[in-house]
Design a protein around this ligand. Structure first.
Ligand SMILES: NC(=O)c1ccc[n+]([C@@H]2O[C@H](COP(=O)([O-])OP(=O)(O)OC[C@H]3O[C@@H](n4cnc5c(N)ncnc54)[C@H](O)[C@@H]3O)[C@@H](O)[C@H]2O)c1
Length: 339
């Protein structure tokens, strides 16, 4: 069953690791290294089953190949998942042990932060391997760069949909006012957009001034020009997109569309969807610079993040040229960069 999956997803290498002394069980998936060493974060999650963990790491690592390639980084795609309750298991020894396994890949895979893995955790891995990026001392928190990229992509989308890339006066609904959503609101407010916001954590809403607050149930279907999903994935599916009242979708959340058919339906409805991995690549551009350039330069990072504007335009043009949805055009574009 495993090789069948590897065949389907086209992985180069998948490594199952354990260290009983600290309770570590992890799967490290190197999907593709054609453009360079694989880069993707490590997710620490209490999966319901080993199959779920394997499915997640295979899907996410392939996604990193596409994201890194489309962003023009000389990096391949990989991802790792650690199985278990991070609150109970995580310790310095645990992360040191995990780092040794990353090290054994000899630089074929670089890891970084992800769900339940912070910059500080990455620093602990860094005590036993140099193949990590995103420690607090170097590129650090990716959120602000992701927000900048989403903002640039959104402007490119607005140019297509509204004829101008100015977001002044546009009504924008932001779901999730976390690390990315909070910064995104700042960019949008500075440009004079009208904001509608929602978060399940009411404290997060305090970060944004002069915004209309709606409930988590209402935000997705708010009357707005642009919907920015910045909370979690699979927010949109074929059954609920009919209720959308936006004209453009651009956000940070990964896998916003439940499936490809949802993207097809959005295309039919004339709602412009900016593919998640195109517009949310700012974070990986930030830490990827550590690997691809060999050193970290924040000005170079910002310049590269701003290119998300042009990449978004390319995806929109390709979709028009081929008469397909932008979700399909993004995959075609990304695969063309690795073949
Ligand atoms: N941080 C990055 O650099 C980065 C990069 C790429 C993709 N992403 C993705 O973007 C999304 C946001 O990332 P983040 O770093 O800002 O995460 P975060 O955890 O800092 O913020 C997420 C926010 O969403 C809120 N939220 C959760 N469920 C919600 C719901 N149903 N309705 C409204 N709000 C809800 C949370 O309370 C939290 O404030 C995630 O899906 C993440 O995987 C983040």
């Amino acid at each position: 069953m495993i090789f069948e999956k590897l065949n389907e997803y086209e992985h180069e290498q998948v490594m199952f690791v354990q260290d009983k002394s600290v309770g570590l069980r992890a799967i490290i998936a190197v999907h593709n290294t054609v453009r360079g060493p694989a880069l993707g974060g490590t997710r620490f999650f209490d999966y319901a089953s080993e199959e779920d963990a394997l499915f997640d790491v295979l899907r996410l690592s392939r996604g990193m190949t596409l994201k890194n390639a489309a962003a023009g980084l000389n990096l391949g795609g990989g991802k790792a998942v650690i199985i278990g309750d991070s609150k109970k298991l995580k310790s310095r020894e645990f992360l040191n042990s995990y780092g040794r396994f990353i090290d054994s890949l000899g630089g074929k895979y670089y890891t970084a932060e992800d769900v339940n893995i912070s910059s500080q955790d990455v620093a602990h891995m860094n005590e036993t391997t140099k193949y990590v990026v995103g420690t607090p001392e170097v590129s650090g928190d990716p959120g602000p760069f992701t927000a900048r990229g989403v903002y640039m992509g959104m402007k490119a989308g607005a140019k297509e949909k509204f004829g101008t890339d100015s977001l002044a006066g546009k009504t924008i609904a932001i779901q999730g006012i976390g690390s990315v959503g909070g910064r995104l609101c700042k960019y949008l407010a500075e440009e004079g957009a009208k904001l509608i916001i929602s978060d399940v954590n009411s404290a997060a809403l305090q970060k944004v001034e002069n915004a209309t607050v709606v409930s988590p149930e209402e935000i997705v279907f708010s009357e707005c020009d642009i919907f920015a999903p910045c909370a979690m994935g699979a927010v949109l599916n074929v059954n609920n997109v009919g209720n959308l009242k936006c004209k453009l979708i651009a956000g940070a959340a990964n896998n916003v569309l439940l499936d490809i058919e949802t993207g097809d339906k959005l295309t039919q409805m004339g709602i412009l969807y900016l593919p998640d991995y195109i517009v949310n690549a700012g974070g990986v551009i930030n830490c990827g610079m550590e690997v691809s350039a060999g050193h970290y330069d924040v000005n170079a990072v910002n310049a590269k993040v701003d290119e998300i504007y042009q990449t978004t335009q390319k995806i929109i043009s390709l979709a028009k040229e081929k008469n397909i949805g932008t979700h399909r055009a993004a995959d075609e574009y990304a695969y063309a960069q690795i073949n």
